[in-house]
Design a protein around this ligand. Sequence first.
Ligand code: ADP
Ligand code: F6P
Length: 321
Amino acid sequence: MKILVLTSGGDAPGMNMILATLYKKFGKELYACRAGFKGLINNDIIPISEFEPLKFAKEAGSCIKCSRCPEFKTKEGFNKGLKNAQKFDVVIVLGGNGSYQGCCELSESGIRTVFIPATIDNDVIISDYSQGYHTAVKACVTTIENTMPTMDAFGRCCIFEIMGRDCSRITRCVSRNYPCDYVVLKKADVNYKKMAEAVRNKKELGQGSCIIVKERILKLQTIIENLQKIDPDMEYRGCVVGYVQRGTNPTSIDLDYARSYARLAINVILKTKYSAAIVYKKDDFDIIYRNEDGSFKSLRKNATKETIKKIITKHEEKTSI
Ligand code: ADP
Ligand code: F6P
């Protein structure tokens, strides 16, 4: 069998463990595209052993590299990629929502695909859990915990910007697990009067304060300038938590998720002939198969064909915006 794997979109902690587990099973049969769909288009495909996946198994990042590849969304780019994908019996795609869309297009063009949700944002609609989310949340909480003592020492307010693109899941989870003084998940949450009040209350107690904001709502500097207008004597600092969310080595929990995702992908490849997505739903792993007639079915008995169809349709609606 000739199997191809690629990692697309933002890297996610645990991708390397998935790659290493696949390699352990498939050995010489496993090839990798360098840098996701970009490598597929450019036929930059080599045996995965050349990327030494076992060496990086427990590290963050992706040893086969990632990319965002707008060209794959064009007809010409896609067709180039498709031609190269046709040389393989199955193509495994690790990535987020965008990558899933690309994967579905390949599958609809006759390529046998297996998709594994892997993005720190945890926003892949067909799955309740995406590889790397746990590590990203942990990295945020650790950053805030390691920053707040110095804020406390000065009675300062620190505003932390948290990743997630259009999805507030990381920010929401951090807010539940760290006693923040104010949380901004969406634009409507921005209320400078309330924010300044929360900060002042903490200052009066002789403490620093913590505001967390999902990225892409407002620049930290804009928030600080507006808060300073209300309370010019208060000291504000901004902290973009940033790429430690992706670059932190995977937690033990994420390593376990990675092993499970990979093992299920291996089972699907060896025991069936279908395209599939490995998902985590209702506290357990599940496999969604794509039948030859284009319909979907779940391995789990409690998920009906209609449910799966609904999930897929919902996803398509979301990503087509
Ligand atoms: P993620 O997979 O983490 O959500 P992106 O949204 O950046 O990251 O998508 C990663 C890549 O997936 C894109 O750069 C592009 O190559 C591919 N992709 C995204 N959307 C589509 C689409 N609608 N059709 C085909 N390929 C897509
Ligand atoms: O991988 C997801 C993500 O980290 C988002 O949370 C963030 O908005 C985006 O990627 C950043 O992308 P880039 O690495 O291209 O700056």
